[in-house]
Design a protein around this ligand. Structure first.
Ligand code: HEC
Ligand code: HEC
Length: 216
């Protein structure tokens, strides 16, 4: 029975994708239930509410936008995200994205995650100076937005409301070339040069402290 429902859902989705082209159709009730089932495979690491789990390096994902989630899931699937030998966290995520066999499944689980309200994880980093961070953040605004809520035109995801430890790992990864250097990673390549504008780990903590202050 469930299989028939699934086939039905993918037929409807397949058709609506044909009809509306690249637009994101808003999910109906049946597809929401199905996407919730897909999300069961994520709970172990990202938590019931998408709040994340630092112990396994899984960030909060609630509050991310559907387009960005899709892009990252595709990146993990295709292997341009998490490809680097030192990217152990990325390698934990890759098989999870690959378990989403079809584009429809990627789209549906992304819609579900995007529907979860932001969880605003508690800060874990210490010693960041938001005043100094504000000065660094001026260069980030064009792609991540004044309030760090993201800018789809530049493919910049929201940073406000993210796990602070995760932001630090990603800034270090971009700077070290662990993320954003694979030839397939065109949006990561846009980000990488800006990680270089943060000269030290302290500068990274400062900008993260400023980003944190935006969602208080
Ligand atoms: C075994 C643990 C695990 C499971 C299960 C898992 N993830 Fe992840 N996920 C991770 C880790 C670890 C990262 C961080 C990768 C990194 O540091 O680059 C991650 C990163 C992500 C990101 C990138 C977030 C960002 O801000 O760029 C998304 C989106 C994501 N996961 C979605 C999912 C979805 C959807 C599922 C279920 C289909 C899922 N994950 C299942 C461990 C997991
Ligand atoms: C030219 C546009 C651009 C600028 C300027 C920029 N970014 Fe980004 N940033 C991006 C894009 C695009 C991504 C998503 C990369 C991808 O698709 O994997 C990103 C991703 C990130 C991520 C990872 C988010 C996640 O959820 O994994 C962090 C952290 C980040 N940027 C911080 C910054 C900071 C801090 C600055 C300023 C010092 C900055 N960015 C400036 C475009 C930019």
């Amino acid at each position: 029975m469930m299989n028939m429902v699934r086939i039905g859902v993918s037929l409807v989705l397949g058709l609506s994708t044909l009809l509306v082209g690249c637009q994101d159709p808003s999910p109906d009730k049946a597809s929401l239930e199905y996407s919730q089932q897909l999300y069961d495979g994520c709970v172990q690491c990202h938590g019931e509410n998408g709040e994340g789990n630092q112990a396994v390096g899984a960030p909060s994902i609630a509050g991310l936008q559907r387009w960005y989630i899709k892009r990252q899931l595709r990146g993990f699937k295709a292997g341009y995200r998490g490809w680097h030998i030192e990217d152990l966290a990325g390698k934990r995520m890759q098989p999870m994205a690959r378990a989403l066999k079809t584009d429809e499944n990627v789209d549906l689980v992304a819609a579900y995650v995007a529907s979860l309200p932001p969880t605003n994880p508690a800060p874990t980093l210490e010693g960041g100076n938001p005043e100094t961070g504000k000065i660094y953040f001026a260069t980030c605004v064009q792609c991540h937005g004044e309030n760090a809520l993201g800018n789809i035109d530049q493919f910049g995801p929201p940073l406000a409301g993210a796990s602070d430890w995760y932001l630090l790992t990603q800034l270090k990864n971009f700077k070290a070339g662990i993320r954003g250097t694979h030839p397939g990673d065109v949006t990561g390549a846009k980000m990488r040069p800006f990680s270089m504008t943060l000269p030290t780990e302290q500068a990274m903590k400062d900008v993260i402290a400023y980003i944190g202050s935006l969602s208080e």
